[in-house]
Design a binder for this molecule. Structure first.
Ligand SMILES: Cc1cc2nc3c(=O)[nH]c(=O)nc-3n(C[C@H](O)[C@H](O)[C@H](O)COP(=O)(O)OP(=O)(O)OC[C@H]3O[C@@H](n4cnc5c(N)ncnc54)[C@H](O)[C@@H]3O)c2cc1C
Length: 571
């Protein structure tokens, strides 16, 4: 839309589309720089995928590392980023990230009052790349007490994904989840403590199943929501951005739909798109992502339908890396709105991932991004790898939670719903029978399982080196020797289910520079337009260097965009 005489319904210095981490951090930053700021959100709930997430932020050389005895430096981090991300992303953008990410962490902790803790042993995902660290670069939000928000504000926050909750309701932070899933010493006491805390929140227990001790993404978004509230920054729900308003190539504001009515909002110093990816747009997935692909395989916010990418394209923006996503193997659980990602289960001893031929195709303990890349790389009509299958035995089932199931010791098969048994997990007395139920080649599966049993005895996987390094072992079972990621698959009944090439959100989007300014195909800035988070092309390129590689940049480039729009600040 181009117009000389626009009748604005509202006017703010900085208008932000979205309410995830990128949006909220940008709003707080812009406000603290003296700008009037508005956030709009198209759904009835704020927080997007950020609220659903694990809430981890990958920030090399952050100030907490030094305080806790971890060594890191800008140079080491740059070496590692260049080694993982490669040359498709400009060094300037990587430098902008590595300069500003530690600043934003310090700003959030020291000036905004957000609690962030190190996850000490969360290792970088590529241990063999120079500059990698065995821990310290991943931060997570400290648990957040939702009583600091009013009831309505709390319930308007999008809920954490079920995979991050005990019994779909009780929150865990990253160390608690790791401890429960890998059975590290003290896990039972930790879980019992969490359950007790949840149950004793009376009378709230009679009102809602939601846990007011928020963790992971809900802790991050809850504490950012509180910071917005304390600053009186308006956040409008049910308000969908529809189109940019431009004049002579400059973005002046946007039109949005609110309560069925069109409104025009002026962004005096700029508009920031922080509206997430296109996870739930079947048409955009078909157009851009590798095949096969389905929205149902995504874990992301159902309202991520690529709106900002579409609006940016209309305004003349270029797109980058539209075939990429924050990949991860997912399972589709009947009755759940979004898919669950297999972050931990794939690394535990006594399981194996195979294709339709019953053959392994990847190191199961590899970064989740790489599992899906391997799935697509090995997929063909002659030898399908979509879906793949996670296979395990009765010992594994008894000991570990897997997908929506609690460990068999707590939830035996008779206590599993008929729907899950019918539509999700297959069980059989022999591997041959299981192969038939899943449609896998029986001879191939038997051969693979025999090999895995040999590897479990020796502790060495000569094909993929499963369990070889600190990252592999982060999700291994430390009580299992000689290799915490390798265990025998021997005890009947045997189990398996389908695994899809899913993601935590799509990755490609509007081309941006090191200040988060949106660029045209010829590399010119579109004045007044910024993008951060999953609607912008990723500073991480096609890689996933460590836990928190998507929220770290979302927060950082929200901060950078606000600084540039309000102050024109250089880093
Ligand atoms: C289960 C799960 C676990 C994850 N764990 C981690 C993790 O630990 N660490 C990590 O780094 N990443 C993690 N991720 C990925 C991460 O959550 C996302 O990549 C990130 O939240 C994207 O942030 P964003 O700000 O770009 O978008 P979002 O947080 O999705 O926010 C975008 C918002 O914009 C709104 N919106 C969309 N279109 C419009 C419109 N037209 N008008 C107004 N509003 C609009 C959406 O409804 C949404 O609320 C996880 C994701 C999931 C699903």
């Amino acid at each position: 839309m181009t117009s000389n005489a626009i009748e604005w319904d509202h006017s703010y210095d900085f208008v932000i589309v979205g309410t995830g981490v990128a949006a909220m951090v940008a709003a707080i930053t812009a406000h603290d720089l003296g700008a009037s700021t508005l956030l709009i959100e198209k759904s009835p709930q704020y927080g997007g995928s950020s609220a659903m997430s694990g809430g981890g932020l990958w920030v090399p050389n952050n100030h907490k590392m030094e305080a806790e005895g971890f060594e890191d430096s800008y140079e080491e981090a740059l070496t590692y980023m260049k080694g993982t991300v490669g040359e498709e992303v400009s060094e300037l953008r990587m430098r902008s990230y590595l300069t500003n990410a530690p600043k934003i962490v310090q700003y959030l902790c020291q000036q905004v009052g957000i609690g962030l803790n190190l996850v000490p042993d969360y290792a970088d995902y590529y241990q063999d790349i120079p500059g990698s660290k065995e821990g310290g670069r991943t931060l997570e939000a400290a648990p957040f007490d939702a009583r600091q928000l009013d009831e309505e504000e709390f319930l308007q926050m999008r809920q954490t994904a079920p995979q991050e909750l005990i019994l779909n309701r009780i929150s865990m932070n990253i160390p608690e989840a790791q401890s429960a899933l890998t059975h590290s010493p003290g896990w039972i006491q930790k879980m019992a403590g969490r359950m007790f805390e949840y149950l004793s929140d009376i009378p709230w227990r009679f009102k809602s199943k939601r846990d007011r001790r928020c963790a992971m993404g809900n802790a991050l978004i809850g504490s950012l929501r509180l910071a917005l509230k304390r600053r009186d920054i308006p956040l409008w729900l049910n308000t969908q951005a529809k189109q940019l308003i431009m004049e002579n190539g400059h973005v002046l504001g946007l039109t949005a739909v609110q309560g069925g009515k069109g409104i025009q909002i002026k962004g005096i110093k700029g508009v920031l798109f922080a509206a997430g990816g296109f996870d739930n747009s079947g048409a955009m997935r078909d157009k851009y992502l590798p095949k096969p692909t389905l929205p149902e395989w995504s874990c992301g916010n159902p309202f991520s339908t690529g709106d900002a990418i579409t609006m940016g394209l209309e305004a003349g923006a270029a797109l980058e890396m539209m075939d990429e996503a924050w990949w991860g193997p997912t399972v589709v659980v009947p009755g759940e709105e979004r898919a669950r990602m297999l972050v931990i289960e794939k690394s535990l001893p006594g399981g194996v991932m195979v294709n339709k031929q019953g053959q392994r195709f990847v190191k199961e303990t590899a970064a989740y991004n790489d599992i899906v890349k391997a799935m697509y790389a090995s997929h063909s009509e002659a030898s399908p790898c979509v879906p793949a299958y996670l296979i395990f035995d009765a010992n594994f089932r008894k000991k570990y939670p897997v997908g929506p199931l609690l460990p068999g010791a707590q939830q035996p098969d008779w206590a599993v719903s008929a729907k899950i048994k019918e539509l999700f997990i297959k069980r059989a007395d022999s591997l041959d029978e299981l192969a038939e139920l899943l449609g896998i080649d029986a001879a191939g599966l038997t051969h693979t399982v025999k090999q895995m049993n040999d590897y479990a005895r020796s502790g060495v996987d000569p094909v993929f080196n499963r369990g070889e390094n600190a990252f592999d072992q982060f999700y291994g079972d430390k009580s299992v020797t000689p290799n915490p990621c390798l265990g025998p698959i021997v005890q009947s009944p045997f189990y398996g289910f389908e695994v899809y090439p899913g993601e935590l959100g799509t990755k490609g989007g509007l081309k941006v520079d090191e200040y988060a300014r949106v660029l045209t195909e010829s590399g010119e800035c579109i004045p007044g337009l910024y993008a951060a988070g999953n609607c912008s092309a990723p500073v991480m390129g096609r890689s996933y260097p460590g836990a928190g590689s998507t929220l770290g940049p979302a927060a950082t480039f929200g901060f950078v965009a606000a600084n540039n729009a309000i102050e024109g600040e250089l880093f």
